[in-house]
Design a protein around this ligand. Structure first.
Ligand SMILES: *[C@@H]1O[C@H](CO)[C@@H](O)[C@H](O)[C@H]1NC(C)=O
Ligand SMILES: *[C@@H]1O[C@H](CO)[C@@H](O)[C@H](O)[C@H]1NC(C)=O
Ligand SMILES: *[C@@H]1O[C@H](CO)[C@@H](O)[C@H](O)[C@H]1NC(C)=O
Ligand SMILES: *[C@@H]1O[C@H](CO)[C@@H](O)[C@H](O)[C@H]1NC(C)=O
Ligand SMILES: *[C@@H]1O[C@H](CO)[C@@H](O)[C@H](O)[C@H]1NC(C)=O
Length: 426
């Protein structure tokens, strides 16, 4: 009798110990937990996804997908990942083609694992930004066309502040911001906003340690010269087109409006280049009318592994438009009246993105002085690659270490993408 009554408090204590941590997990975090994605293999990590409202009056909400590292490497740093465009999806590119754990099979219904996934070593937070990209939306339709760098940054910052309230276990965790291509603007601009707001806070919960950019749009003048040289020296365009590009398509550092002449020469340049993947010039392109990409790879490009399939974007479009997938991801809960796209046709074609400073170098200078760790990655196989950038803009950054001159994480070289993470030592 005495024995069993002594057990009761012990039992209660154990019960309470289990209950207390559960109680501190915000309800919305628990609701955001992904149980199982259609076609998903079993995994040893947790995932969460859903919406964070960034502007109540306009009704703007950004969609995120957090893919955690496995328990045995926790507590690992937190990394925010942003794709560029402007208008392209971090779910469609970053997660599904580049650094995320899940790759989509050609059936558009089943997933297989990417062994080089960054979430092997860090908790990766994919964000579709700005509103209008992927599942991120606004109830004020003019928001989708009246957007530029500044609002993208302030909305993303609002996202972070609200997201950390939903995921308090990540407050004060080592935090990095990463991205590629046009996110070469988003990443330093958001870092600057976090840095400046943190300065006003004695114990900031966003513990920003640094940022990483891959093949980033950084400085229009140097980027453009570099791209023109790359096309020319790789035999992709004629001498004549090269000279015309240099004459009419390199913006003076202080101005930034491409002329009609420039658009005409660019059109000629793209015609001369033909149907190639400008992000990876030695890779085959997706030719859906013929055989699937993977088939093509084996026959003609034996040096490439099956990890790269140029048609992968098509599978993502099928997968993420599947209503079952959307339910599992807690996405599209308001019934949007357009489909999910890799890149928003409205944002990418509106040519209304005028709020776009022509150089990020002043931001770099401020953040280098602030002591942030910055990693600039450029890869030699992309036509956006620019040896020129490294030699001409880089010295201004007075950076330590090396920079390897391209605009996207190279999916044909998955192991090298892991180096980006280890180079930043997380
Ligand atoms: C919300 O967004 C609208 C534009 O859609 C803007 O005018 C307004 O200032 C924003 N509100 C806040 C609190 O940021
Ligand atoms: C947008 O409108 C829908 C329908 O009225 C509503 O359910 C949703 O909460 C709104 N979104 C935001 C972010 O306010
Ligand atoms: C889609 O919904 C928005 C409101 O979110 C509305 O302004 C727009 O007109 C709708 N478009 C179509 C084609 O129905
Ligand atoms: C472009 O954005 C401006 C505001 O930034 C807006 O006044 C204009 O209507 C937009 N243009 C188009 C074509 O949507
Ligand atoms: C959202 O769901 C509706 C059906 O309710 C669908 O027609 C639409 O394509 C979906 N849009 C996105 C962006 O997922």
């Amino acid at each position: 009798m005495a024995f069993s009554s002594a057990l009761v408090p012990l039992f209660l204590l154990i019960l309470l110990k289990d209950l207390v941590p559960a109680r501190t997990v915000p309800l919305q975090q628990r609701l955001d937990k992904i149980k199982f994605l259609p076609g998903q293999p079993t995994v040893n990590f947790n995932q969460y996804s859903g919406y964070v409202t960034v502007n109540v009056t306009a009704g703007r909400a950004l969609f995120y997908w957090l893919i955690e590292a496995p328990a045995d490497v926790q507590p690992a740093p937190l990394v925010l990942w942003l794709n560029g465009g402007p208008g392209c999806s971090s779910v469609g590119y970053g997660e599904s083609e580049e650094l995320g754990p899940f790759r989509i099979n050609p059936d558009g219904r089943t997933l297989f694992l990417n062994r080089y996934a960054w979430n092997n070593v860090a908790n990766i937070l994919f964000l579709e930004s700005p509103a209008g990209v992927g599942f991120s939306y606004s109830n004020t339709s003019s928001d989708i066309v009246e957007v530029g760098d500044k609002r993208t940054a302030t909305d993303s910052y609002k996202f972070l502040v609200n997201w950390f309230e939903r995921f308090p276990q990540y407050k004060h965790r080592e935090f990095y911001i990463a991205g590629e291509s046009y996110a070469g603007h988003y990443v330093p601009q958001l870092s600057q906003l976090v840095y400046r707001n943190n300065k006003l806070d004695k114990n900031p919960s966003i513990n920003l340690k640094g940022f990483l950019v891959g093949n980033a749009v950084t400085d229009d003048y140097n980027d453009d010269i570099g791209v023109n040289e790359y096309w020319w020296t790789h035999g992709l365009i004629s001498d004549d087109t090269y000279h015309k590009l240099m004459a009419s398509c390199v913006p003076h550092p202080s101005t930034n409006s491409p002329t009609d002449e420039c658009f005409d020469v660019k059109r000629v340049a793209f015609r001369e280049m033909g149907n190639i993947d400008t992000f990876s010039i030695y890779s085959p392109t997706c030719n859906t009318a013929n055989s699937p990409g993977r088939h093509l790879l084996r026959g003609h490009h034996p040096w490439m592994t099956k990890a790269y399939d140029p048609c992968i974007g098509n599978y993502a479009t099928v997968y993420f438009n599947n209503p079952e997938v959307q339910r599992a991801l807690h996405a599209n809960i308001t019934g949007l009246n357009y489909t999910w796209e890799l890149c928003s046709p409205v944002i990418t074609t509106s040519s209304n993105w005028t709020d776009s400073p022509n150089s990020m170098l002043p931001v770099y200078e401020e953040l280098i002085r602030a002591g942030l760790r910055i990693w600039v990655f450029r890869k030699m196989k992309s036509a956006r690659d620019t040896r020129y950038f490294v030699e001409h803009a880089h010295p201004r950054l007075a950076s330590k270490g090396s920079a390897d001159p391209g605009y996207r994480v190279p999916c044909p070289m998955p192991s090298e993408t892991v180096d980006i993470g280890s180079g930043a030592s997380f």
